[in-house]
Write a protein that binds this ligand. Structure first.
Ligand SMILES: *[C@@H]1O[C@H](CO)[C@@H](O)[C@H](O)[C@H]1NC(C)=O
Ligand SMILES: *[C@@H]1O[C@H](CO)[C@@H](O)[C@H](O)[C@H]1NC(C)=O
Ligand SMILES: *[C@@H]1O[C@H](CO)[C@@H](O)[C@H](O)[C@H]1NC(C)=O
Ligand SMILES: *[C@@H]1O[C@H](CO)[C@@H](O)[C@H](O)[C@H]1NC(C)=O
Ligand SMILES: *[C@@H]1O[C@H](CO)[C@@H](O)[C@H](O)[C@H]1NC(C)=O
Ligand SMILES: *[C@@H]1O[C@H](CO)[C@@H](O)[C@H](O)[C@H]1NC(C)=O
Ligand SMILES: *[C@@H]1O[C@H](CO)[C@@H](O)[C@H](O)[C@H]1NC(C)=O
Ligand SMILES: *[C@@H]1O[C@H](CO)[C@@H](O)[C@H](O)[C@H]1NC(C)=O
Ligand SMILES: *[C@@H]1O[C@H](CO)[C@@H](O)[C@H](O)[C@H]1NC(C)=O
Ligand SMILES: *[C@@H]1O[C@H](CO)[C@@H](O)[C@H](O)[C@H]1NC(C)=O
Length: 461
């Protein structure tokens, strides 16, 4: 991306030097192609940002892969607007006044990967708008006036990864048109802050797992009902970012009345009559975590899973049988303590947390590597000092200590129970794991876009 260069350029530029550089770049770039007078052309980027444009510059060069038309007054894009730019990959048009796109706007630009039409005045996303953009990965349409997204809009856009449609007036979305085999990479669909009240929840549930995980629909005007609650209940259970990061912004209206708005992720008493069907009886496997320690060290292996209930029972599966379990115990919160790890204790430890009430299991794997402390650096002076101290202690011990009266060090507390398998321990947790810190995926990315646009300097006059 050439934006940093733009910034550098701005610092260097002043008056005539500016003009000279511009000329130099344009001449060096493509001798036969001219840079529109209101734009900056550098490397493979053309920026016509905030140039007061009402329509596209008449003669756009064909070389750029990056075209920035943001912060102008464009209202409409005609057919084959970018026909002469077959290499275009990123097209920035945020903060214009575009109301509609004609047919075939993007013909001959099938190399487009990022299209930013955010903060415009689009009203309907029509099925013809983006046809042919089969390489398109990111589509930004947030902060428009979109009330409808036509079914079929995303047909053929098989490379889509992220679609941003927040802050519009959308009441309905064609979820059925998105499927695993048609959109295998779609991992972000932001429909938050729209006007959706009732969705076809069966269609939402049928969405590919990746899409559900990246679907943001908070701050709409959803009507409270059991079908709706069941969807969010499952997402909450799986600890999806969309729920965790925006828990306070999930509202629904009782009987559709906006005056009785309910924060339903916190206030779930209303839904106690709903039968939430149990999720597929497949344990959720949480990511493997790594623990590297030295022999003799104490290790704590936590059993934090996506289950958040207060009544969980835990069990650990050791990497091999025959581990000396007098040195291992488990806290009520499922954390396993290895008091003095041996090299032999290395391996995968598997914790299963079971929520008996809900009939749910989740597992956590910890890859423990115990290293020999061979690499501990000792210099000779230090070693000598240590030897002297040890000798002194031994002498004092010999002189003054009577043999140990082993009254208080009987049996270790029975905090464990030995099993025949290498599966041990089971008890109940009474603490809840700490919730993670808030991460605002959807908005972080949007803000990045805004910032990026803000960074680009005014073009030359
Ligand atoms: C359209 O794109 C092709 C390559 O994909 C290119 O050869 C052709 O010149 C382009 N058309 C125009 C009018 O630039
Ligand atoms: C947008 O433009 C297309 C093609 O010109 C036209 O068919 C459609 O009716 C327009 N839509 C709106 C909402 O004006
Ligand atoms: C919620 O959506 C409305 C528009 O529907 C918007 O005005 C408001 O700023 C949004 N609230 C938040 C917290 O994003
Ligand atoms: C909930 O509302 C949806 C429409 O959004 C409807 O299709 C469904 O039947 C309702 N479910 C229940 C349990 O009322
Ligand atoms: C739940 O069911 C009970 C008994 O059937 C009923 O009295 C109550 O109003 C119901 N609550 C809701 C929120 O529907
Ligand atoms: C959950 O764990 C319990 C006890 O370990 C086991 O009996 C049950 O089969 C497990 N269920 C699933 C779905 O793995
Ligand atoms: C386990 O460790 C304890 C303490 O180090 C030791 O006394 C005991 O003999 C060990 N048991 C086995 C089976 O190795
Ligand atoms: C579990 O409890 C132990 C002892 O109270 C504590 O040291 C540890 O940090 C706790 N683990 C988690 C994940 O809360
Ligand atoms: C590892 O375990 C095996 C058998 O359990 C034992 O023979 C061997 O000495 C152990 N090695 C270490 C370093 O503890
Ligand atoms: C566990 O960690 C060790 C050492 O870091 C590594 O070699 C091994 O591949 C890891 N095992 C798994 C299953 O990730």
């Amino acid at each position: 991306m050439g934006f940093k260069n733009f910034k550098d350029l701005r610092i260097m530029t002043s008056g005539r030097f500016h003009a000279f550089l511009l000329l130099l770049f344009c001449v060096l770039q493509r001798s036969e192609q001219t840079c529109p007078s209101v734009c900056l052309c550098i490397s493979d980027t053309v920026s016509c940002s905030a140039a007061g444009l009402n329509r596209l510059p008449r003669s756009l060069p064909s070389f750029p892969t990056n075209l920035d038309l943001s912060h102008n007054h464009l209202t409409w894009l005609g057919p084959k607007s970018f026909y002469v730019m077959p290499r275009l990959e990123k097209l920035w048009m945020a903060h214009n006044e575009i109301r509609n796109l004609s047919h075939n706007v993007f013909s001959n630009v099938s190399s487009l990967r990022v299209l930013d039409l955010s903060s415009n005045k689009l009203q309907i996303v029509e099925r013809h708008h983006f046809q042919g953009l089969w390489r398109l990965e990111e589509l930004r349409l947030f902060n428009n006036k979109i009330s409808q997204v036509e079914a079929g809009t995303f047909i053929g856009l098989s490379s889509l990864k992220k679609v941003y449609l927040s802050f519009n007036h959308i009441t309905d979305f064609p979820f059925f048109s998105i499927q695993d085999h048609t959109h295998p990479f779609l991992a972000m669909l932001d429909l938050s802050s729209n006007r959706m009240s009732s969705l076809l929840w069966e269609d939402v549930k049928a969405l590919p797992r990746l899409v559900q995980q990246g679907l943001y629909i908070h701050n709409n005007s959803l009507i409270c009902n059991c079908s709706m609650y069941s969807v969010f209940w499952h997402w909450n259970l799986r600890n999806y970012d969309s729920i965790r990061d925006f828990a306070d912004e999930h509202f629904c209206n009782v009987n559709g009345d906006p005056r009785t708005s309910l924060q339903f992720l916190h206030n779930n008493r209303f839904f106690k009559n709903c039968t939430v069907e149990k999720p597929v009886m497949q344990p959720v496997v949480d990511l493997l975590s790594d623990v590297v320690i030295y022999e003799g060290d104490r290790a704590h292996l936590d059993c934090l899973t996506s289950l958040t209930s207060k009544d969980l029972s835990f069990s650990w599966l050791y990497p091999r049988s025959g581990i000396n379990d007098t040195l291992i115990s488990m806290f009520p919160n499922g954390t396993l303590e290895i008091q003095a790890a041996m090299v032999n204790d290395s391996g995968i430890y598997l914790c299963t947390a079971v929520d008996v009430k809900q009939g749910l299991n989740a597992t956590r794997e910890v890859n423990v590597t115990v290293l020999l402390p061979a690499a501990v650096p000792f210099n000779t002076g230090y070693t000598t000092l240590l030897c002297c101290s040890v000798t002194l202690v031994l002498i004092f011990a010999y002189l003054f200590l009577t043999p140990c009266q082993c009254g208080f060090c009987k049996n270790p507390p029975a905090a464990y129970s030995q099993g025949t398998l290498s599966c041990i321990f089971s008890c109940f947790r009474r603490q809840q794991p700490n919730g993670g810190t808030l991460r605002h995926v959807a908005f972080t990315e949007q803000l990045m876009g805004e910032e990026r646009a803000g960074q680009i300097p005014q073009s030359s006059q």
